[in-house]
Design a protein around this ligand. Structure first.
Ligand SMILES: O=C(O)C1=C[C@@H](OP(=O)(O)O)[C@@H](O)[C@H](O)C1
Ligand SMILES: C=C(OP(=O)(O)O)C(=O)O
Length: 429
């Protein structure tokens, strides 16, 4: 357990940093590289613990994967190249790993067992187990497959048409991976659009996928071919410094190489609505759009965040809650009940930890209400093993009167191992 003492910023945040690779895209680059035919080279891969769990699971499935810093080389032998693992597939803390891999394993004719840490053990799996069983996979697990460990005996699959009960890119992607192996055309219908990295990557690896509004169609039996992937920086990681520079007076920071896929840029819309001073300096539209961002401190006002924007910023809600404590007026976050099934119940952890710092914040059934302007003070706070809560609290320490002691700070390595280095580089005068 790592206890870290953090201090208020002694001046503005200045300088520039290159944001590390996107977690969602890094996971998918290994998954597609492993099931495609040929050598896939991935650059700017996120060396966070979650993505390393994905690499280790595919190595246990017999895939040769080498990595050296942010470069990963995967020798794909097609879906049929995956082999029955001799060991448990340990997904660590990563929901994306277990949910997406389940879709791949559902169509493989062998047995595998997946489990992870104590947080994964509490996260719901029926959302993927249900549709994968409908397609023909045999899956069992604790509480009839709702919780890990889950074991999968893959099978020949049949296509389904599936209306997602929750807006979840993980569930969508899991079914698309199974659909790639099923007989016929699988359709997934989303209630609200979610991140589309899987769809983009299927095309990048030479596959066919048809997106018609919120309906996505994929035909089984396709063979994918290796591709080179340069992973853009993670906007969900950039979000912590977008907020830090917005709330520490006189700051001016440049964040290089940030992924700007429109299904992920809800934070930019919220910053703009709240009066933040953020601009895109230079952008590039490759298979995933990217750009450099400039952010300067400004006066902020409260806003309402609800409806279709929620999946576009779901992982940024903890840091948006902190932003709202520094704004004039009230911020209301609604339609975000999915926060309850993340690494922690992020409605409760955000509210409880920010209250310890003196924030005027209350939990609601599907979000939270934040009354801005209450001065924040030092306290002992806890990430509860949730990387995004840990980083939000570390950013909060820049504006508290008095030191913040952060318990379980090590969780941050799940998605942003160089977070404290970057924070130091921007805060040193
Ligand atoms: O597909 C992905 O890479 C992710 C989807 C989201 O989860 P849900 O699909 O459960 O909303 C997000 O919270 C998670 O961090 C990554
Ligand atoms: C929810 C997250 O990830 P996962 O579901 O992959 O654990 C996250 O990174 O905030």
């Amino acid at each position: 357990m790592d206890r870290k003492q953090l201090k208020r910023a002694s001046g503005p945040l200045t300088g520039e940093i290159a944001i590390p690779g996107d977690k969602s895209i890094s996971h998918r680059s290994v998954m597609f590289g492993a099931i495609a035919e040929g050598k896939t080279t991935v650059t700017n891969f996120l060396m966070g613990e979650d993505c390393l769990s994905t690499i280790s699971c595919f190595q246990k499935l017999g895939v040769s994967i080498q990595h050296d810093n942010e470069k990963v080389i995967i020798e794909g032998k097609g879906l049929d190249g995956l082999q029955e693992p001799m060991e448990l597939l340990d997904v660590g803390n990563s929901g994306t790993t277990i949910r997406l891999m389940s879709g791949i394993l559902a169509g493989r004719d062998f047995h595998s067992t997946l489990a992870g840490d104590s947080s994964i053990a509490k996260r719901p799996m029926t959302r993927v187990v249900g549709p994968l069983r409908e397609m023909g996979a045999k899956i069992d697990g604790r509480s009839n497959g709702e919780f890990t460990p889950i074991s999968i005996r893959g099978n020949s699959l049949k296509a389904i048409s599936y209306k997602l009960p929750v807006a979840s890119a993980q569930v969508k992607s899991s079914i698309l991976f199974a659909g790639l192996q099923a007989e016929g055309t699988t359709t997934v219908i989303e209630p609200v659009s979610t991140r589309d990295h899987t769809e983009r990557m299927i095309k990048r690896f030479g596959g066919n996928i048809n997106v018609d509004g919120k309906s996505i169609h994929i035909t089984g039996g396709q063979r994918l071919t290796a591709a080179d992937i340069h992973v853009p920086g993670d906007i969900s990681s950039a979000a912590f410094f977008l907020v830090a520079a917005s709330i520490v007076p006189d700051s001016s920071v440049i964040l290089k190489n940030v992924g700007l896929n429109p299904t992920r840029t809800g934070i930019m819309d919220v910053l703009t609505n709240m009066g933040a001073n953020v601009s895109i300096l230079d952008s590039n539209d490759e298979f995933e759009p990217t750009g450099d961002l400039r952010i300067e401190a400004s006066t902020l006002k409260g806003t309402t965040i609800d409806g279709e924007i929620i999946p576009r910023l779901i992982d940024e809600i903890p840091i948006i809650a902190l932003l709202a404590t520094q704004a004039e007026g009230t911020t209301i976050i609604k339609d975000a009940e999915e926060l309850k099934v993340k690494e922690t119940n992020r409605i409760d952890t955000v509210v409880n930890e920010l209250k310890k710092l003196g924030a005027n914040i209350e939990a609601t059934e599907d979000g939270m209400i934040i009354h801005g302007g209450a001065p924040l003070k030092g306290a002992v706070v806890d990430s509860h093993g949730d990387h995004r809560i840990g980083m939000m609290l570390a950013v909060a320490s820049l504006v508290t009167d008095g030191a913040v002691i952060l318990e379980n700070a090590e969780a941050i390595a799940v998605s942003y191992p160089s977070f404290f280095e970057h924070m130091e580089s921007l805060t040193k005068q």
